[in-house]
Design a protein around this ligand. Structure first.
Ligand code: DX5
Ligand code: ZN
Length: 221
């Protein structure tokens, strides 16, 4: 279970909008749609004003799924917790540049653990802040909403940042977008360089998750 090599477009359902009482069933349903990855949002009530799940939930989900676990840590002091998420079953871990004192060291730590590494930028954080470390990562995550909650409106101004990040990292590193991604915003982000599309509300607020995933895929064409 590795992050797919860059060069393909991947729809990555975010379980933040799923039914938390039926997560194993939700994972099975999205797996049946042929997705390779699932996005797990970890919030600590400190870095963002919301609280979600920690390593014990990730470990239980691991028993039910072969999907690549893309863990998005919206937490302060990410370096303290990455081992625990890796041991629980995370395959890819993204941390926020705003929360990391020594991003280079943390990327190295993730790689030594055997995990791919991602760095994330909030909407108000300039691309320059990741300039020296982006190339060390396997994926860069551009927030297209303010982190903390699902079902928010896509921030159109983030598109410029997607372009700048793609220019910075080239074709070999994935550029992921997160927040407000649906069949309407998908063509915009894809045409500006995103290849990894996180979608929560656009998938899990729909009764037919498979059809919702296919609608996003269709929108890429
Ligand atoms: C927001 C999270 C997202 C969230 C996206 O802070 O990082 O992953 O699930 O949700 P939607 O797709 O509903 O905007
Ligand atoms: Zn996320």
């Amino acid at each position: 279970m590795r992050l797919p090599k860059a060069g393909t477009i991947e729809v990555v359902p975010s379980i933040l909008s799923a039914d938390f009482a039926k997560l194993a069933e939700e994972l099975a349903e999205i797996e049946s749609a042929g997705v390779k990855m699932v996005h797990i949002d970890v919030m600590d009530g400190h870095f963002v004003p919301n609280i979600t799940v920690g390593p014990p939930v990730v470990a239980k989900l691991r028993e039910h799924s072969k999907l690549v676990f893309d863990c998005h840590l919206m937490i302060s002091e990410p370096a303290k917790y990455v081992e625990r998420f890796f041991e629980a079953g995370a395959n890819h871990i993204t941390f926020h540049i705003e929360a990391a004192d020594e991003p280079e060291k943390l990327i190295d730590k993730l790689h030594k653990l055997g995990c791919t590494a991602g760095i994330c930028l909030n909407p108000e954080t300039p691309v320059e802040s990741i300039e020296s470390v982006a190339a060390l990562c396997d994926m860069v995550l551009v927030m297209t909403v303010h982190p903390g909650f699902g079902a928010q409106k896509f921030l159109a101004k983030a598109v410029k940042k997607v372009v700048a990040v793609r220019e910075l990292v080239g074709a070999e590193i994935r550029v992921e977008v997160d927040g407000g991604i649906d069949p309407h915003t998908t063509p915009v982000v894809v045409s500006h360089g995103a290849d990894t599309l996180v979608a929560g509300n656009a998938i899990f607020a729909k009764p037919d998750r498979v059809a919702a995933i296919n609608a996003i895929r269709e929108a890429c064409r």
